[in-house]
Design a protein around this ligand. Sequence first.
Ligand SMILES: Cc1ncc(C[n+]2csc(CCOP(=O)(O)OP(=O)(O)O)c2C)c(N)n1
Ligand code: SF4
Ligand SMILES: [Mg+2]
Length: 284
Amino acid sequence: MKKLLSFGTRSCAGCPASLAVRRILEAVGDNVIIVNGTSCLEVTTTQYPLSSWNVPYIHTAFECTGAVASGVESALKKMGKDTHVVAIAGDGGTFDIGLQSLSGMIDRGHNVLYICYDNECYANTGLQRSSATPYGAATTTSPPGKFSIGNKTFKKPIVQMLAAQKVPYVATASLAYPDDLERKVKKALTIKGPKFIHILAPCPISWRFDSSETIHVARLAVETGMWILCEIENGKIKINVTPSERKPVKDYLSLQGRFKHLKDEDIKKIQEKVDDDWKAYKKY
Ligand SMILES: Cc1ncc(C[n+]2csc(CCOP(=O)(O)OP(=O)(O)O)c2C)c(N)n1
Ligand code: SF4
Ligand SMILES: [Mg+2]
């Protein structure tokens, strides 16, 4: 079958964005219009005059993926077409500068599947921090040093925020669990209204690990509990993978150069946050 996102994009080796999108498109099929905010995915797949996309595709400005997807969906509805609308954006375009646009799309109830691939920084513009960057990570705008631990804030709780806005279906996904990702995409497309899937996208360049390790790092995120695989459907949460014994977060952090400056007490703080998050998710 023809690949809906061709091989030979300009992404780095081990890029999580193209890996994720290939799997997403396998689940969605070709009856789709993709709306993609400026991001690594866009710059590596659409360099004029070439395109890697074998489905209709619109590039949107960084801040308006949700708004453009809303317009596309409204036009399709008016035309009586049942084409899926899938919006894809990075964490910067979702958590930060496009949040108003995503929130408006949800508020108006557009029938759009919005997918955020989260490499936890503004990668294509030089690896700056975003509000998805985890505590302690080194980025070009949160450098660690004598007076700085690196990034000072914990990740914005986007899943909880969108669930609070009553998005009918919110899910997290992982490249290390591709069948789970595919199932969630297919399920989301059966639900009317706005849907949100949040994929952790381990980026070898900004997280500083070997490009052969993308899937390994993605799996460790789940096994250490740093990434909780779940679905929230009409307010009800289901945790999809509960590790029988969670590995220490150190196993995940120590593989990545962006955390190499952390001291034992910093790692302890991250471990405590993960333990608290699990308690909170179980009570949700
Ligand atoms: C209004 C506006 N501000 C800043 C930029 C520059 N810019 C383009 S993409 C980007 C970062 C994108 O980050 P993210 O959405 O996480 O995608 P990634 O590059 O990490 O894949 C920035 C800062 C822009 N294009 N428009
Ligand atoms: S910087 Fe990371 S997300 Fe961006 S193209 Fe390279 S591997 Fe992919
Ligand atoms: Mg990003």
